[in-house]
Write a protein that binds this ligand. Structure first.
Ligand code: NAG
Ligand code: NAG
Ligand code: NAG
Ligand code: NAG
Length: 455
């Protein structure tokens, strides 16, 4: 709309002294006759200069508000946070997500890991031979490490960790799957009994203590398992401590003490930097701790050491994917929150604009009296002025008639409202509100779902 403040309107007033009421005309520049009715400045109280000034101020305000609203609305519409399936899009297009084949949340980040014993230390054959000589109808004994050897304190057993110190309080999930990873003995109770019997013969064998710990891990008894690893750590030579440290690290991780598990597994990495399983275990722990940078480095190291470790490679991609996904979701969430705040602000401004516009209109006289009032007003001003010129009008003679020419610098504002749709779709506001809320929940969930078990 042409809001051209400097456009000139020429109002020609033919004044017939005898019959004034019937001779009020407005003639435009090009000679067309039309009543000048829609001026914002045709007031109910045209004689009231203060009201006129007030109306002028209001008109400018309304116009400014409208311009502001238009800009705001465009900005909100441009915002790139409307993507409804950001997650799906990233999973389908990001190269790490594609390489991972499935989301990080579908990987078992509590997968049991075991470092094999040095080959010459395995008890496989000895166990089999011993089992053949045994009466299998007896009640199998359990490898209770506290009963086998007293150990109040050990320098090597990470007793400064609260989870080791308060091991009685731990609860862990039973590692059923560990059974076939650590022994060929089918009956797990028989396996426990064999470990018990062999420990009776050698009460300082770190390998047997580790084996006892496996027995308790399979049964999900964290406290009993830690008792065994404490003794294993106490008796094992430094170069083999990674076996027991990974054992202990698993127990703590599966007891949801992952931060302390990370400390223990770091010690394992220090001792055996070329053991891919140590890096892999640490990668899982950091993924659970939502420390994706470190997790990715660990999985990367595992693959460097052992290039055919495809499970580690897949997890590396899954972690990278998840990290990017979380960042994108968080960014979208923040953007949506901002949009929401702006929409609320917009709504307030819009209501204000509507109120001001209504006021602007209500202060105007009804159309049918506007013209008359305007002319009376100008006439009065001319009568009062000494030089015959009104504030915006002047009189001159033309073709024997007295003519009043008025310069109206201001145009109308009233019709602006209907030209631009500035009203806010409330459904949009509600949709953004609900989306931002849901996304916020999702971001929080993504951050805590894996950590919420931690005590
Ligand atoms: C091991 O033996 C100790 C001492 O007899 C006992 O307190 C503890 O409950 C036993 N642990 C298990 C798992 O049976
Ligand atoms: C472990 O449990 C005991 C007894 O239930 C309690 O007094 C102690 O505060 C707990 N320790 C931790 C670290 O939760
Ligand atoms: C007990 O086991 C340890 C470690 O396996 C070994 O070094 C030690 O010689 C064994 N002791 C006996 C008496 O067999
Ligand atoms: C992870 O790495 C990226 C890029 O290397 C860095 O921008 C970001 O701050 C890191 N995050 C953490 C938690 O260290």
């Amino acid at each position: 709309m042409a809001v051209n403040m400097s456009r000139w309107f020429i109002c020609l007033l033919l004044i017939f002294k005898e019959c004034r009421a019937s001779t009020h005309w407005v003639v435009t520049e090009d000679g067309k006759i039309q009543p000048q009715l829609d001026s914002t400045f045709s007031l109910k109280r045209p004689y009231d200069l203060l009201a006129l000034m007030e109306q002028e101020k209001r008109a400018i305000e309304v116009e400014e508000l409208k311009q502001k609203l238009i800009i705001q609305k465009e900005e909100i519409d441009r915002r790139e946070d409307k993507e409804t399936n950001l997650e799906g899009k990233i999973y389908a297009t990001d190269e790490d997500c594609v390489a991972a084949e499935k989301p990080l949340t579908d990987f078992d980040l509590y997968a049991s890991t075991v470092v094999p014993f040095p080959p010459y230390k395995q008890f496989g054959d000895e166990f089999t031979e011993y089992a053949e000589t045994m009466d299998l109808d007896i009640i199998f004994k359990k490898p209770n490490c506290s009963e086998i050897a007293d150990l109040d304190f050990s320098m090597h057993a990470f007793e400064h960790l609260s989870s080791v110190r308060d091991r009685q309080n731990l609860t862990m999930t039973a590692e059923i799957g560990l059974h076939h990873a650590v022994t060929t003995v089918e009956n797990i109770q028989l396996y426990g009994h064999l470990v018990y019997e062999f420990l009776q013969k050698n009460k300082t064998s770190w390998i047997l203590f580790d084996m006892a710990a496996y027995y308790w891990r399979i049964h999900g008894d964290a406290a009993a398992a830690i008792e065994c690893t404490r003794r294993a750590l106490h008796f094992s030579p430094r170069e083999f401590k990674d076996v027991t440290l990974i054992n202990l690290g698993n127990i703590l991780h599966l007891s949801h003490m992952s931060e302390e598990a990370a400390i223990v597994v770091h010690a394992a990495v220090d001792i055996a930097p070329n053991n891919a399983i140590c890096h892999f275990t640490l990668g899982n722990i950091y993924a659970v701790l939502a420390d994706y940078n470190k997790s990715a480095i660990c999985f990367e190291n595992a693959v460097k050491i052992q290039p055919d470790f495809t499970n580690a490679a897949q997890r590396y991609h899954a972690v990278m994917c998840h990290s990017k996904l979380e960042k994108a979701l968080e960014a979208q969430h923040i953007s949506l929150q901002r949009t929401l705040t702006e929409l609320r602000e917009y709504q307030k401004q819009h209501e204000n604009w509507v109120r001001q516009s209504e006021k602007l209109i209500s202060e105007q006289a009804p159309p049918e009296v506007k013209l008359e009032q305007r002319l009376e007003y100008e006439e009065q001003k001319i009568r009062e002025s000494l030089d015959g010129r009104g504030q915006d009008c002047f009189q001159f003679e033309q073709n024997g008639h007295m003519v009043l020419s008025c310069n109206m610098r201001r145009e109308t504002y009233t019709s602006a409202q209907s030209q631009v749709d500035l009203s806010l779709n409330l459904q949009l506001l509600q949709a953004v509100e609900s989306k931002a809320g849901k996304l916020g929940q999702k971001v929080i969930n993504a951050k805590t779902s894996e950590q919420c078990h931690r005590t």
